[in-house]
Design a protein around this ligand. Structure first.
Ligand SMILES: CC(C)(COP(=O)(O)OP(=O)(O)OC[C@H]1O[C@@H](n2cnc3c(N)ncnc32)[C@H](O)[C@@H]1OP(=O)(O)O)[C@@H](O)C(=O)NCCC(=O)NCCS
Length: 449
């Protein structure tokens, strides 16, 4: 084995360790659009899910079957009918849905049963258990439209699902539910996944979808200056949802987002929209710091927000001890007052215990993150990282391509979070002129994806 391999593999594997520890014992509801299976992604998805499960995550898998049902309908010469963005399930469509679900369950169970030597599934023993965990009720007649066998979730057998997960199995759910009279109803994968995540109070709800996530500016076309918003605070997601038109198809931005917001508002702290087209998207989102899709996160515990002039006193109190011991450069008080709106703070019960400022250099498409500080009593709880993420979002919102920091003692913290060291010559001219040679600060840059 080459020494180069050792040098890359070992640090890489260690960098993943915190995420493995973090997620062990947690419950994730993973919803896979039928389009992912139609696109031939099942084998790799099964491999990744088996790996995640082997690292102690409890998984409820919900599959969709939109294209498969439509294919069956087309084969029978029957037209797919929709209203209010929902399928109208007549008797033929119900037959097709049952056939599609049966076929998909076999395919999914088969994918989790592989174990050939020298494949990622070698040695994996994933038990997949499906069942009648969902009770449904009919959608009924809405605005004069009879939805027939289309249903909505009425109840989730939480105890049954939890017992199955505790038994070490993966729970597999099709978008079907049954009424107490024994009637079958066709549900949507998104509603089943969201309801199950809420009832279980799952740690994550993850949608594997045909879209890459939510763009910073959803109304604008995709492009380098309009990347995916990797972290959307719940309040911002709700606001965005209010501005978007009602979704009619899965590729509409609001389609998955509405379910993420619903789950987050009902106690599922994190919900994600990921593209199934990216191989390993699940692993990249769960075990890598920046992730690749959009995560909607409930930040109700403390408020992470932009600062106002009223916060200047709190900011000064927080940074002063670090200015005194030389960790931070001393800033002019009037400068902080003038620039208050460039600061982001974390506040809890009226006390500011974290902050950072973002000084843009638009001509160089970059910005400096300065005065990143978390109160000594609150450190090591992830707040530094949350402030960094918010600063990255603000920079992306300004159309910038990178952020940089000058640091004398904290380089490793930044390097672990995707920054790389560059020569001070890299700095934008306006910042270079202020660079203090005697302080010998290191310059670290993070490219914004
Ligand atoms: C750097 C700082 C903002 C991090 O805030 P935080 O809320 O503790 O950060 P997180 O909880 O997201 O991360 C904590 C991790 O960073 C590590 N860490 C803290 N300071 C570090 C440093 N100087 N170098 C390397 N790692 C550091 C902690 O040990 C902890 O690791 P662990 O999770 O393995 O225990 C905070 O330590 C601080 O305010 N430091 C003093 C001011 C400062 O140095 N600011 C940077 C100016 S450029």
């Amino acid at each position: 084995m080459s020494a180069v391999f050792n040098f890359t593999f070992v640090p890489w594997f260690r960098s993943v360790a915190p995420y493995i520890h973090l997620h062990r014992g947690k419950t994730f509801v993973v919803a896979i659009a039928g389009e992912a299976i139609a696109a031939g992604k099942l084998q790799h998805l099964a491999q990744d899910l088996a790996l995640i499960q082997s690292m102690g995550v409890k998984i409820v898998l919900v599959h969709g079957f939109r294209p498969q049902v439509n294919e069956q309908l087309a084969a029978k010469g029957h037209e797919a009918k929709y209203s209010h963005g929902m399928r109208i399930t007549d008797t033929v469509a119900l037959d097709c849905a049952q056939e599609a679900a049966g076929q998909l369950r076999y395919e999914i169970e088969a994918a989790f049963s592989q174990g050939l030597p020298n494949t990622p599934m070698a040695g994996s023993t994933v038990r997949v258990i499906s069942g009648n965990f969902i009770t449904a009720r009919p959608v009924g007649i809405v605005d004069g439209v009879d939805f027939k066998h289309s249903g909505l979730v009425r109840k989730v057998d939480t105890a049954g699902i939890l017992r199955t997960l505790d038994f070490g199995a993966m729970v597999l759910l099709s978008p079907f539910g049954f009424s107490p009279t024994g009637e079958a109803f066709n549900l949507t994968m998104e509603e089943v996944a969201t309801s199950v995540a809420i009832e279980l109070q799952a740690d994550k709800l993850i949608f594997m979808t045909e879209i890459p996530g939510v763009r910073i500016n959803p109304a604008e076309p995709e492009g380098e200056d309009n990347p995916i918003d990797t972290e959307l605070p719940l309040a911002a997601a709700e606001k965005l949802l209010g501005q978007l038109p009602n979704p009619t198809q899965p590729t509409d931005t609001a389609f998955y987002l509405q379910h993420c917001v619903k789950a987050c508002k009902s106690g599922v702290e994190r919900s994600h929209i990921l593209p199934f087209s990216v191989d390993g998207a699940l692993l990249l989102e769960i075990y890598v710091h920046d992730g690749i899709g959009t995560m909607v996160i409930d930040e109700k515990l403390e408020s992470l927000r932009e600062a106002t002039a009223d916060d200047v006193g709190g900011i000064l109190q927080l940074i002063e001890p670090f200015e005194k011991d030389g960790t931070l450069v001393t800033r002019d008080r009037t400068e902080i007052e003038r620039d208050a709106d460039l600061y982001t703070v974390i506040e809890h019960d009226g006390v500011i215990f974290g902050c950072a400022a973002l000084y843009p250099y638009p001509e160089a498409k970059t910005a400096e993150m300065a005065a990143l500080t978390v109160s000594p009593h609150s450190q090591s709880q992830g707040d530094g990282e949350r402030i960094l993420k918010r600063i990255e979002q603000r920079a992306k919102g300004m159309g910038l391509q990178s952020i940089f920091v000058l640091t004398t003692r904290t380089m490793h913290w930044f390097i672990k979070r995707g920054f790389v060291q560059v020569d001070p010559e890299w700095l934008p001219d306006a910042r270079k002129r202020k660079y203090n040679i005697n302080r010998k600060s290191q310059v670290l840059v993070k490219k914004l994806s």
